[in-house]
Design a protein. Structure first.
Length: 317
C-alpha cells in the first residue's frame, strides 16, 4: 500500500508524545482592524508564503450582518480558518454565516476547511479551477508549510456567485465576476460603507503575483474596479488603500513586467539574466518585488519566447 504524505503526517501526529522529538507550537494570531461601519480588515504578512508565517499572507475581511458574519477569504489552512472564525465571533459577537473565496490560490482559499461547505461560496470559474488544481496546490502547501496544514482537506466552494446585486443579513453588496489574476476573481463592494474588497486583483505596496495571470484580462478588471465609485479599497495584499492609489500601482507593475519581459526576450536574454534586471525606483516601496519579478519571469518567459522568437524552420535558407 502506498501512503500519501497526509496519511504519513497523520500517523506521525498519532504517535505518543514521547515518541516524537518535539511538538509543533505554531499558532495563528490574526488581528482585526475596524475600517468602516461593521467592517474589519485582517492583514496578512507582506511576504511570500513560507513556514515562518504559516502561509498567513493574504488579507481577509469581516462584515457584520443581521444573519451572521461574512468572511471574505478564509485563509490558508484549517487552523487559520478556525482562528479567523474565532476572531469574527470576538469582534462582531456573531459567528461566521457566509464565506466568500475570491480565487483559487491557497492563501485565500484553503481555510474553507474550517467551515461547513454549504456556507462557502465562490464564482463558478473558481470552483472549476479548484477542481482542476486544488489537490496539486494542496500538496505544495503541505510540502512548504508542513504542520501548519495538518487536518486541512480541500473544500470546494459552491460555485454559485454571479455578478450583480446581492443581499445577506440586511446588508447590500455588489458582486463582481472578473478574471485576470486567475481564471475567476471575485470582488465585492459593500454598499453601506463604500468599501471595495478587491481580492488579488489589487495589490498595495506589495508586488503582484502572477502564477495564473492573464495580463490583458487583469487590466480590463482593473478598469472595471477603477470605474466603480468607492471610498476605501481593501486589497488582497498590503495595507488599506485610502487615497485611491492601489489600482494605479497594480496596473503600473503589470505594464512594466509585460514591457520588460518582451524586451528581454527580444534581446535574447536568458531567464536567469532577465531575473537580474534592475527594478525601477518607483517600485522601491513594494514588498517582495524581486521575488515576484523572478517568479513572473518563470511564469511568462517560455510563452513569450514561443510568441516572439522565430522558429528554426522559419530561418533556414
Amino acid at each position: 500500500m502506498m501512503l500519501t504524505r497526509r496519511a504519513m503526517l497523520g500517523a506521525a501526529l498519532a504517535l505518543p508524545v514521547a515518541a516524537r522529538a518535539e511538538q509543533f507550537a505554531g499558532r495563528y494570531e490574526p488581528r482585526a482592524e475596524p475600517i468602516a461601519d461593521g467592517l474589519w480588515m485582517v492583514r496578512g504578512a507582506d511576504a511570500p508564503i513560507e513556514f515562518g508565517n504559516g502561509g498567513a499572507i493574504a488579507n481577509s475581511a469581516l462584515i457584520a450582518t443581521e444573519a451572521g458574519t461574512v468572511l471574505f477569504d478564509p485563509g490558508v489552512s484549517l487552523t487559520h480558518g478556525q482562528a479567523l472564525a474565532a476572531l469574527a465571533l470576538q469582534v462582531t459577537g456573531i459567528p461566521v454565516a457566509r464565506v466568500y473565496v475570491s480565487h483559487l490560490h491557497p492563501d485565500h482559499a484553503f481555510g474553507a476547511a474550517a467551515f461547513d461547505p454549504w456556507i462557502v461560496h465562490a464564482l463558478p470559474a473558481t470552483r472549476k479551477e479548484l477542481e482542476r488544481d486544488g489537490e496539486g496546490l494542496s500538496d505544495a502547501m503541505y510540502d512548504l508549510l508542513a504542520d501548519w496544514m495538518k487536518g486541512t482537506n480541500l473544500v470546494l466552494p459552491l460555485g454559485d456567485v454571479a455578478a450583480g446585486d446581492a443581499t445577506f443579513g440586511g446588508r447590500d453588496f455588489r458582486m463582481f465576476a472578473l478574471s485576470g489574476h486567475s481564471g475567476g476573481d471575485l470582488a465585492l463592494l459593500d454598499r453601506r460603507t463604500g468599501t471595495l474588497i478587491a481580492g488579488d486583483l489589487v495589490f498595495h505596496d506589495r508586488a503582484p503575483s502572477t502564477p495564473h495571470a492573464d495580463l490583458p484580462s487583469w487590466r480590463a478588471a482593473l478598469d472595471v474596479l477603477e470605474a466603480t465609485p468607492h471610498k476605501l479599497l481593501l486589497p488582497g495584499h498590503g495595507p488599506l488603500d485610502t487615497d485611491h492609489t492601489a489600482i494605479t500601482q497594480t496596473r503600473d507593475w503589470l505594464d512594466w513586467i509585460d514591457a520588460t519581459l518582451r524586451k528581454a526576450v527580444a534581446g535574447g536574454l536568458s531567464m536567469a539574466e532577465a531575473g537580474d534586471i534592475a527594478i525601477p525606483g518607483r517600485f522601491a516601496r513594494l514588498k517582495a518585488a524581486r521575488y515576484e519579478w523572478q517568479r513572473s519571469v518563470s511564469h511568462f518567459y517560455p510563452g513569450l519566447e514561443e510568441e516572439l522568437l522565430p522558429r528554426l524552420q522559419e530561418i533556414r535558407p
